[in-house]
Design a protein. Structure first.
Length: 205
């Protein structure tokens, strides 16, 4: 139980800093697509479980192949470029989706959360570091039980943060008018587009 709680705290805290996944979830919240945003967060939480579990069990070296890292960097560029252009230049959806309309896209947006996560190779190093701290300082006894529940806790913590983030967006959105919401969403799009251009420059360089 201690491993699960500790993993929850680490996963929750890790997800708070603003990044591409946070931006994607917030954009869905601002577009009245809370269900899709939550599924993006759930996809990210699922990958936290896999990455953290791999690091805790000592098999993270399988995910450090330079070719794999390069492919993920290219995927990052195209994913951010696509969503940056779409959010910055295309019309933002206005109508609120019903449950029946939102449900068919759940799997697709879960996969999107997974892809956004996979496109950032730094998560590998991060979870290797976390696993090293947990094992090196004997915070948890080295056992399959503790490693499994710690990894599970990180995924639950991550998903919980995105749920809270969507709730915060939903509450604040009631205080915002439509033009301001659109401007905020466009800003998120510009940020994603800028990130993609920086990544593209680094790939070419």
């Amino acid at each position: 139980m201690i491993a699960l709680v500790l993993g929850f705290i680490v996963g929750f805290a890790t997800s708070i800093p603003v990044g591409p996944i946070n931006l994607a979830v917030m954009m869905k919240g601002l577009s009245n697509k809370t269900g899709q945003g939550l599924m993006i967060g759930a996809g990210s939480g699922f990958m936290d479980i896999l990455y953290c579990g791999a690091a805790m069990f000592g098999i993270s070296s399988l995910m450090t192949n330079p070719r794999v890292v390069f492919i993920l960097q290219i995927a990052t560029f195209f994913i951010f470029l696509f969503f940056g252009i779409k959010t910055t230049f295309f019309k933002i959806a206005e109508a609120k989706l019903t449950k029946s309309e939102d449900a068919p896209g759940f799997k697709r947006y879960f996969v999107l959360g997974v892809l956004l996560y996979l496109s950032n190779p730094s998560f590998i190093a991060y979870w290797i570091t976390v696993a090293g701290i947990v094992h090196g300082y004997h915070i948890l006894a080295p056992s399959a039980y503790n490693s499994s529940f710690f990894a599970l806790g990180t995924g639950i913590g991550t998903t919980s943060w995105f749920f809270i983030l969507l709730e915060l967006v939903e509450r604040q959105k009631m205080k915002l008018n439509k033009p301001l919401i659109e401007r905020i969403t466009r800003v998120f799009g510009v940020i994603l587009l800028t990130i993609s251009l920086v990544m593209g420059y680094k790939l070419i360089a």
